[in-house]
Design a protein around this ligand. Structure first.
Ligand SMILES: *[C@@H]1O[C@H](CO)[C@@H](O)[C@H](O)[C@H]1NC(C)=O
Ligand SMILES: *[C@@H]1O[C@H](CO)[C@@H](O)[C@H](O)[C@H]1NC(C)=O
Ligand SMILES: *[C@@H]1O[C@H](CO)[C@@H](O)[C@H](O)[C@H]1NC(C)=O
Length: 186
């Protein structure tokens, strides 16, 4: 997989010229179950039709790749899409005509985290753009100061209980022994 990414990067630098694929943001941060829109822009030629447009957007993570979005000869090919993205990717067709790939990913999952690569191939050039998406689990969010305080209070109460009960028992035992020794004998 690493080889493939490297190959793509090398290929793009070789074919570099007037055709580019840019990302509007190199890294994104989102929370599980939320939506996010990833965006790439590519060089357009006003005199060319989008018929010769081929796009392949893939996610690379934990040693595998999955197809997020595929356009062949200007037509979206939903069959190529990995089933984990089925029904969760929405592309903006108007933006596409203006050279912008806008993919809305909905109901984000933590395993959507990874490197997103879009290869764009036209009869006037080929290039790749990439961005990183991190999806954090909803319960991994840092505790609010109030929740943190509440946790500290219950922790203190627990410690008190833990130390308090044996201490109270010891005092009671001591009083009993004292009473037996002094009061009974006296
Ligand atoms: C995410 O997108 C879906 C449909 O695209 C929408 O129904 C839902 O309300 C959105 N959720 C958030 C948190 O924006
Ligand atoms: C890509 O980025 C470069 C440098 O920021 C900019 O000059 C160029 O217009 C951009 N091209 C597209 C198609 O977004
Ligand atoms: C995403 O995660 C990677 C690896 O854990 C980290 O290097 C990177 O800074 C993170 N990016 C963001 C935007 O949080």
């Amino acid at each position: 997989m690493i080889c493939r990414i490297l190959l793509l990067i090398i290929l793009t630098s070789c074919v570099s010229g007037s055709f580019v694929v840019n990302v509007t943001q190199t890294s994104y941060q989102a929370e599980e179950n939320h939506n996010i829109t990833l965006e790439w822009t590519f060089t357009t030629k006003p005199d060319r039709s989008t018929k010769t447009l081929n796009i392949l957007c893939e996610l690379f993570n934990s040693h595998k790749s999955s197809v997020v979005y595929h356009v062949h000869e200007g037509v979206e090919v939903s069959e190529s899409q990995d089933e984990k993205f089925s029904g969760r990717v929405q592309s903006d067709k108007d933006a596409l005509r203006e050279g912008r790939i806008r993919l809305q990913l909905s109901r984000l999952r933590t395993d959507d985290t990874g490197l997103y690569l879009c290869e764009v191939n036209t009869d006037y050039g080929f290039s790749v753009g990439r961005c990183q998406l991190n999806v954090t689990a909803a319960d991994e969010l840092p505790l609010s100061p109030r929740a943190e305080r509440r946790r500290n209070i219950s922790f203190s109460a627990g410690v008190l209980l833990l130390i308090g009960i044996p201490a109270a028992s010891a005092v009671a035992l001591f009083v009993c022994v004292f009473w037996v020794i002094f009061c009974k004998s006296g």
